[in-house]
Design a protein around this ligand. Structure first.
Ligand SMILES: *Cc1c(COP(=O)(O)O)cnc(C)c1O
Length: 374
């Protein structure tokens, strides 16, 4: 019973026939680029997410880049982003000559500290990029209000939160990635809706912007060999679209399975003095891309080692905050600039969570975690 962070092989075995048939259909027609399955999958997402434009692309990093290219940001423009996130979010800004302006996060939900956002808005600010980290939505209602007040675009990075739903005070509900100017996601294999390679998508309710992003993703052309704007080559492979169309049918079942695992972890660790369980946002569902506990900095690496000896893998998301990464370091952000994120980098530990976890595996993990503290 080898425990993995995610068990993609067992997951595949359960839907093997359907996947193989879908792949065979693509192979038989050889429509590898922009085959009909790509459009079908985009329509499936559009209906499920209730979003007008869905632009499939090559990966979640490109999705962010294409969104920022389409919005015509200029070199030197400032984009506000949480400092506790995956590198991709800030990386594309650097590539486009934009200036990532970092903001700390809440140590309860791990998401953007909205109150801190307003303090860093300047004349050069053009957008805010909330990241729906670990599977639940950032607090979008106050964020969107703030963005409207300052006439800023909002780009949601929903790579870790596909399927998560946010509830506004009006009672309106919306999926992660569909609430702002643009939303982006990733279909990297380990993401909640993952393909068998790289994949991504961009969402918007603004059809003109959607058309522009569709062009940018395909060399800036609407008509083949007529390039209206400078674009990139970023398309979702037809084979990946065919896989995603099959896996999409199971996405809610997968979400329920992840939540069931999280429930067991919560119950096992909730009242433990040495372990802090992840906080739940009051207005968002959680799809548990990660289940991330906090322990003391003195315990974290020792606990990780202890679990490894019981053949339990764990991960640290993320061990080095962005402002302390060599590639993104700036004089204005010395160590100590973002105390919560810096503490999290020493105290977080993500436990295995996936759709194929057995009761025995879960018991072994919870007992081993608790065993460390005895
Ligand atoms: C995975 C991820 C991305 C990038 O997605 P890729 O498909 O790997 O390029 C971007 N942002 C966040 C928060 C992610 O977790």
């Amino acid at each position: 019973m080898k425990i993995q962070m995610v068990d993609l092989n067992t997951q595949y075995q359960r839907i093997r026939e359907e996947i193989n048939t879908a792949l065979q259909n693509v192979l038989d027609t050889a429509g590898f680029i922009q085959g009909k399955q790509v459009g079908e999958f985009a329509r499936t997402l559009s209906e499920f997410l209730k979003v007008r434009s869905v632009i499939p692309c090559a990966n979640g990093t490109d999705a962010l880049q294409i969104a920022m290219m389409a919005l015509n940001f200029k070199p030197g423009d400032e984009v506000i982003v949480p400092v506790h996130t995956y590198v991709a979010t800030a990386e594309v800004m650097a590539l486009l000559g934009l200036k990532p302006v970092f903001v700390d996060v809440s140590d309860d939900t791990f998401n953007l500290d909205i109150a801190a956002v307003e303090n860093v808005i300047t004349d050069r600010t053009v957008a805010i990029v909330p990241v729906h980290l670990y599977g639940q939505c950032a607090d979008m209602e106050p964020l969107l209000k703030l963005a409207r007040k300052h006439e800023l675009h909002v780009i949601e990075d929903a790579a870790q939160a596909f399927g998560s739903v946010y509830t506004f005070s009006s009672g309106d509900r919306a999926h992660a990635g569909t609430m702002a100017t643009v939303g982006t996601t990733s279909f990297f294999p380990s993401k909640n809706l993952g393909c068998y390679g790289d994949g991504g998508a961009i969402f918007t309710q603004d059809e003109a912007l959607g058309e522009r992003m569709r062009m940018i993703a395909n060399h800036g052309q609407r008509v083949k060999y007529h390039h209206e704007i400078v674009g990139v080559n970023s398309r979702l492979d037809t084979l990946q679209a065919a896989i995603l169309q099959v896996k999409f049918k199971y996405v809610e079942e997968y979400e329920a399975k992840r939540n069931a695992v999280a429930e067991v972890y919560d119950q096992s660790f909730a009242n433990h003095a040495g372990i802090r369980i992840p906080g739940r946002a009051s207005n968002s569902t959680h799809v548990f891309h990660q289940y991330t506990i906090q322990v003391s900095a003195a315990d974290r690496d020792a606990l990780k080692e202890h679990l490894l000896r019981q053949e339990i893998p764990t991960m640290i998301y993320y061990p080095v905050p962005l402002h302390l990464q060599k590639a993104f370091a700036r004089e204005e952000y010395p160590a100590g600039s973002f105390p919560i994120t810096e503490r999290l980098s020493k105290t977080v530990l993500s436990l295995p969570i996936h759709t194929e976890m057995t009761a025995e595996q879960l018991e072994h993990i919870t007992k081993s975690v608790l065993g460390y503290f005895q």
